[in-house]
Design a binder for this molecule. Sequence first.
Ligand code: KIV
Ligand code: ZN
Length: 388
Amino acid sequence: MSDRVIIFDTTLRDGEQALPASLSVREKLQIALMLERLGVDVIEAGFPVSSPGDFESVQLIAKEIKNSTVCGLSRALVKDIDACGQALGVAEQFRIHTFIATSDIHVGTKLRKSQDEVVDMAVKAIQHAKRYTDDVEFSCEDAGRTHIDYLCRMVESAINAGATTVNIPDTVGYTIPSEFGGIIHQLFNRVPNIDKAVISVHCHNDLGLAVANSLAAVENGARQVECTINGIGERAGNCSLEEIVMAMRTRESKLGYQTGINPQEISKSSKLVSQLCNMPVQANKAIVGANAFSHSSGIHQDGVLKGQNTYEIMTPESVGINKNNLNLTSRSGRHVIKHRLGELGYGADEYDLEEIYTAFLKLADKKGQVFDYDLEALLFFNQQKHED
Ligand code: KIV
Ligand code: ZN
């Protein structure tokens, strides 16, 4: 089995559908072009049957994107699949993604059909999608809560019908990593034709486990991860692209997986999606939050100044952030004050460090954070005192 994990980005579909207001066609194209630069393998551009605007944006993205596969979502219905085929037909490479729910609760309550009828609908949908393209993905919606016997049956039938990717979503973010990894493991043990398709996962974050569940799935054989920039998506969102990619990259020597993502584009992608979607990123968000490369305690600052990897497991530059940030607060020590003054162009012989540090602590206790201009003012007063 290959160690290459396909990154399928659904920011423009699952992410966008969760926004209070839709993005414009131009904004969606801007994000798609960014995703292409980022190196995602598959861009899920939208759900063409859902509105004329969505159809138009999927079509435009399909026309403009050359280096990623463009994908559209459809229910297991002929009219949805036809809309996908028409919107995507202009693309260099495209995928139709069709889905139907498989858990008892969805099959009985939402679809009100028998399990046999649902298998039949899935098979017919996949066969219909194959008229447009060889690249057909099928998703078992709510797979995380689906009985494993029925899930195995559905996956086997989907592959026999021609699905080249079979996606196992944890639609409601209910599973825990050992359990979700176990589902993928069982599929690989029990579905006889499993090696004829790529097994994909699509994890929601209702319990904050989307990235952990996706990683557990990869460790059990999944080779496509569906994710979004900044983890945006329905409710608590989806598996975050930057987190899963950097987890695999930072721990590559342990895990052994690679992706085609260019990590230096991560910070820019995060900022663009945050701005256009009007969704601020929490400061302590892994990889892209404002504090992800900030150090506050004196012990940490001293450590980072002596060797960056003392408290950083990846460099900010590796994800496209210029440099780390050492916050000047009452927890900071002399080492960081001297270092910052040096960065501002002041040599150690130009001031008395002990005096500056005492004044700095007084100020930090009053004001919380001390900025460069505060430090320069302290230095100025210290120099004045010595001149008088
Ligand atoms: O969460 C989900 O199950 C989905 C499917 C449509 C793939 O978004
Ligand atoms: Zn979803």
